[in-house]
Design a protein. Structure first.
Length: 338
């Protein structure tokens, strides 16, 4: 098959970019021709070589040529900027939905409604979680996200000297402030676990100020780290915390933590529960008291921690890149054959 994938892509960093790269690599490995249209500029990041061509915000003429030269056009989310060629060239369009198209209040505006209308008239819709499928409101095949098995995996060290770890952008939606509030509640009870914060963002200065004001002496901020270093750091920790305030569509970071041997404590809203599976515990989004209770329970119950870890291998196998890519290819082949 000749597959055209439209997505944010390297050097942009995020869950969608990670999944798009994994799928494109796996499709090429399976013998298919793949091109990627990146909906972001290449920036000043170091050049990287890929086994497929990447076109950064191509001209209108090049965009049309790419659609014409491929058999199916796969969109990561409904992006209105990337759909106009389909008005001129008839190609099957497949949407892979990585969010629920809802605002913070759970409502949609006219733009989001237009995207949902387009999705409901597409040849095929694929959702990354059951929560996203329900929000899209039309028939979706649910295919969970894969993760990078080459980087995120159990390492030889058996010692896990550190307790809690967070990995992600330091923005309000990711819930770090309410996570710190949970630690503050625990400190008042004499429980002071250590926390490693991996990531960067506009909230960092304010969060560091809160750590000082609340005397959370065992919190350290490491900033952004490359994936290999993140994996090594995860292998030193026992519990990954994903305290998102918004409804995570999926949460690849949870898979990465599980793969490195962490038990995950994460918000229950959205698709994060799918990513965590039986390998951790969940709590209502934004409820610091509930998070504090979950952490106290995990930190004090070695038997529970070991029990949750026993499910990791089976859960991760369902997210193995080759397996996920094959499910996509089966559906894409059926679309082309219609």
């Amino acid at each position: 098959m000749k597959l055209l994938l439209y997505s944010r892509f390297y050097p942009s960093i995020g869950g969608i970019e990670t999944v798009a790269s994994i799928l494109a690599h796996e499709w090429v490995s399976a013998g298919h021709q793949v091109s990627v249209i990146a909906d972001n500029p290449p920036g000043a990041a170091p050049e990287r070589s890929f086994p497929f061509e990447v076109f950064y915000q191509p001209s209108a003429g090049k965009f049309l040529q790419l659609v014409r030269d491929h058999e199916v056009f796969v969109h990561c989310n409904v992006n209105l900027r990337g759909l106009w060629p389909c008005l001129l060239i008839r190609r099957p369009v497949v949407f892979t939905h990585h969010n629920d198209y809802l605002d913070a209040g759970g409502k949609t505006n006219w733009r989001q409604n237009l995207k949902l209308f387009i999705a409901r008239n597409a040849r095929l819709n694929i959702a990354v979680s059951h929560a996203v499928a329900a929000a899209v409101g039309t028939e979706c095949q649910v295919i969970p996200n894969p993760y990078n098995t080459q980087i995120f995996r159990q390492q030889d060290n058996k010692e896990r000297p550190r307790q809690l770890v967070f990995v992600g952008r330091l923005v309000s939606d990711k819930g770090m402030e309410f996570f710190l509030e949970a630690l503050r509640l625990m400190k008042a009870k004499g429980i002071e676990p250590d926390l490693t914060v991996i990531g960067e963002g506009p909230e960092r200065v304010r969060l560091e100020r809160l750590v000082q004001e609340w005397n959370l002496d065992r919190v350290r901020f490491l900033g952004s780290k490359p994936p290999v270093e993140v994996a090594a750091l995860l292998s030193e920790h026992r519990i990954m915390v994903v305290p998102s305030l918004f409804r995570e569509p999926f949460g690849v970071v949870a898979l990465e933590g599980i793969a490195c041997g962490c038990v995950v404590a994460g918000s229950s809203g959205g698709g994060l529960s799918d990513a965590i599976g039986p390998c951790g515990l969940t709590f209502p989004n934004g409820e610091s008291k509930a998070l504090a209770g979950i952490l106290e329970r995990l930190l004090g119950d070695t038997e529970l921690m070991n029990s949750l870890r026993t499910h990791a291998a089976e859960h991760l196998a369902r997210h193995e890149p080759r397996r996920i890519a094959a499910r996509y290819l089966e559906l894409l082949q059926a679309v082309i054959g219609k």
